[in-house]
Ligand binder design. Structure first.
Ligand code: PEP
Ligand code: MN
Length: 345
């Protein structure tokens, strides 16, 4: 069950409820959010009497029995959609945010060029990997800290917040000093130590679905971040592995309505890693938004054929501009809108 404390509860109130949770044989898990403190009481399904017992405590706002294995991610705990906000705009609650940029940071010039044109065409966040998790140890591994410096310079010049990947728990502090959003990739989606470290960082987290993960497993990974008291989390469907070989992965569009019926967290689509081929990316992006996605993360490169990673799937600038025109045309028909656009820097 989940115990929601009254606003303004202090350490004494929290401790008294925690002690009571222990006394009745449950394991307490405290998540102190900005506004509300939640205490998960983990154990066997509570009886109605036990629920009423906790509801009667003076510090307690409400007690919710939760049948699902994921708790803090569930709509039961937070029936309202979570909205994440940056200077450039918001995602969730009807506002759609587009993050775009190269797969990997390769140089200052490449990153600045991409940052300027994604902003010009209407993106509100810059993506770019400085640490790249590659299938082969002989492939380009990213520029590391130098890449983070380049991203920070691109943010300074354009005002776009940055989403960039962190591949190990030891790197979280370093990446968090530069990034606005920590990306946890598909290959690390069940790296629980990394999820916990990212949860503790205080930064927003963007979690990609593992390529062989069920949606329930995906939310259990999200739970590792949320359980650290960090509710700033975006879920990304980026394609799963099926028997189909024509695309790089199979975009599971149905993940969007399913997740949105289970969780309050924003759900995004990554059409680039699913398609694997630039000519198919826009169709998948539009399909994801039509299905209800709260945002997109899209790869685009000033000279995609020269890219050091994921060359085949990165959009050219003109393809990106075309995708954005279609996104703008589609969203009003769905009763949603692109989040506010930045004034030119
Ligand atoms: C990426 O965004 O460049 C990436 C490696 O994505 P994924 O983890 O979805 O493969
Ligand atoms: Mn990539």
């Amino acid at each position: 069950m989940l115990i929601i404390l009254k606003h303004g509860s202090g350490p004494q109130e929290i401790e008294s409820v925690v002690a009571e949770v222990r006394r009745v044989g449950y394991r307490p898990h405290v998540s102190e959010g900005k506004h509300t403190t939640l205490i998960g009481a983990i154990g066997k399904g509570p009886t109605p009497e036990l629920l009423d017992h906790f509801r009667a405590l003076s510090a307690v706002q409400d007690v919710i029995p939760i049948s699902k294995p994921y708790k803090l991610a569930s709509l039961e705990v937070s029936p309202k959609p979570t909205v994440l906000r940056w200077n450039s705009g918001a995602t969730g609650g009807g506002e759609v945010l587009i993050a775009a940029g190269p797969c990997g940071v390769e140089s200052l010039e490449q990153t600045l060029t991409a940052a300027r044109y994604v902003k010009k065409h209407g993106a509100q966040m810059l993506r770019g990997g400085a640490f790249k998790p590659r299938t082969s140890p002989y492939s380009f591994q990213g520029m590391g800290q130098e890449g983070l410096e380049i991203l920070a310079e691109a943010r300074r010049q354009t005002g776009l917040p940055i989403v960039t990947e962190v591949v190990s728990p030891e790197q979280v502090d370093l990446v968090a000093t530069y990034a606005d959003v920590l990306q946890i990739g598909a290959r690390n989606a069940q790296n629980f130590a990394l999820l916990q470290a990212a949860g503790r960082s205080g930064r927003a987290v963007m979690l990609k679905r593992g390529m062989s993960m069920t949606l329930e497993e995906f939310l259990m990974s999200a739970e590792y971040v949320l359980a650290q008291g960090n509710m700033q989390l975006i879920l990304v469907e980026r394609g799963i592995r099926t028997f189909e070989k024509s695309t790089r992965f199979t975009l599971d569009v149905s993940a969007v309505p399913v997740l949105k019926s289970w969780t309050h967290l924003p759900v995004w689509i990554d059409p680039s890693h699913a398609a694997g081929k630039r000519d198919w990316v826009t169709s998948l992006a539009l399909a994801g938004l039509a299905a209800g996605a709260d945002g997109l993360i899209v790869e685009t490169h000033p000279e995609p054929e020269k890219a050091q990673s994921d060359a085949a799937q990165q959009l050219t600038e003109s393809q990106f501009a075309d995708m954005m025109r279609k996104v703008r045309a589609l969203l009003p028909a769905l009763g949603r809108r692109l989040t506010q656009e930045l004034e030119p820097a």
